[in-house]
Design a protein around this ligand. Structure first.
Ligand code: ADP
Ligand code: MG
Length: 309
């Protein structure tokens, strides 16, 4: 096959806690190793929703119960999540490759992603993070300039912006490793959002959608394929309704029409289709695929999944 592929792993590939993650990454490693065994050059990205939520909660509790520790910024929690998820993924993949007699270094790059401080998303934070807050904490958060919102009747939480990724700071490292024939895990959780201020990169309290970031990553490594692995084998129109239809292959124009008609849920399938379209539009050879983790190889061979060209 000899293709360059970005594989974006969805939340179900990582489980909801540490033991689940250890088990889940073995499954993900098998799917990724199948592609590598078939000659693909792979960069792996992944989500981090539950994981960064857990870390933020833990660090907030630490600061409350042990006042000598100050609050840990969200950007640092994203970096922590990239570290421990990458650790599990790279070891699972290393082991799976060695079991198949393949000697290839696998490494995780702590990845920062530049965002535009004027991105309109900053005026309209939408992603709830961390734990529910007391009235006192709500006031303290507001005083610190953070946005807090009522989350579906369950209580108050901090909400953060989800800006578009503009540039990947460590992209040269990703390409250097890839050109050396190595496997790279990068852009975990959509990357750590930073705002460049001269030579300084300032971490910002936002989260980038991992599907959007994966589309940018695929362009920056000159990939042939963007493979988004999630909990459904194909994308559907009229999803969950009587007249539901699974899609095999659509072009970007069709995908854009379907997006306008509201077939894809915001926050789940919509960012995937947006990412798939953005990458497919970036070059003639560029193709995006959305399918199940276990179907990745079959999908690339054109046997299943939804392709966007
Ligand atoms: P991930 O963790 O992989 O990002 P998400 O839960 O965010 O997964 O998104 C995948 C989910 O999107 C599917 O499991 C499905 O329930 C939902 N979904 C929403 N609209 C559609 C659609 N039109 N076709 C298929 N799945 C859809
Ligand atoms: Mg998602």
């Amino acid at each position: 096959m000899n293709k360059r592929v970005v594989i974006a792993l969805g939340g179900n590939a990582l489980g909801n806690n540490l033991p689940e993650q250890m088990a889940a990454v073995k499954n993900a490693a098998r799917a990724v190793a199948d592609l590598i065994e078939n000659g693909c050059q792979v960069v792996l990205s992944h989500g981090n929703g539950p994981q960064v939520g857990m870390l933020k909660l833990a660090m907030d509790e630490l600061a409350i119960n042990h006042p000598k520790y100050t609050v840990t910024p969200l950007s640092v929690c994203v970096a922590m999540s990239q570290g421990y998820i990458g650790y599990d993924l790279q070891n699972a993949l290393r082991e799976e490759l060695l079991d198949r007699g393949i000697q290839k270094a696998v490494s995780t790059i702590i990845t920062q992603v530049a965002v535009d401080p004027k991105d309109p998303a900053f005026d309209n934070p939408t992603k709830p993070i961390g734990r529910y807050l007391t009235e006192q904490e709500v006031n303290a958060e507001r005083q610190a300039g953070h946005t807090v919102m009522e989350d579906a009747g369950r209580g108050w939480r901090r909400v953060v912006a989800s800006p578009r990724p503009v540039d990947i700071v460590e992209i040269d490292a990703v390409n250097a490793l890839l050109n050396a024939g190595q496997v790279v895990i990068a852009g975990g959780g959509g990357g750590i959002p930073v705002v460049p201020e001269g030579n300084h990169l300032k971490g910002t309290g936002a989260v980038i959608d991992k599907d959007w970031l994966s589309a940018l990553l695929a362009q920056k490594i000159n990939a042939d394929f963007l493979v988004i692995l999630t909990a459904v084998e194909k994308v559907a129109i009229n999803f969950g309704k009587e007249n539901q239809e699974w899609l095999d292959e659509i072009d970007c124009k069709k995908a854009e029409e379907l997006m306008k008609e509201g077939h894809f849920a915001p926050g789940s399938m919509l960012p995937k289709v947006q990412a798939a379209v953005e990458f497919a539009k970036s070059g003639d050879k560029c193709c995006s695929l959305i399918t199940l983790l276990d179907k990745a190889s079959e999908g690339i061979e054109g046997k299943t999944g939804t392709r966007i060209k």
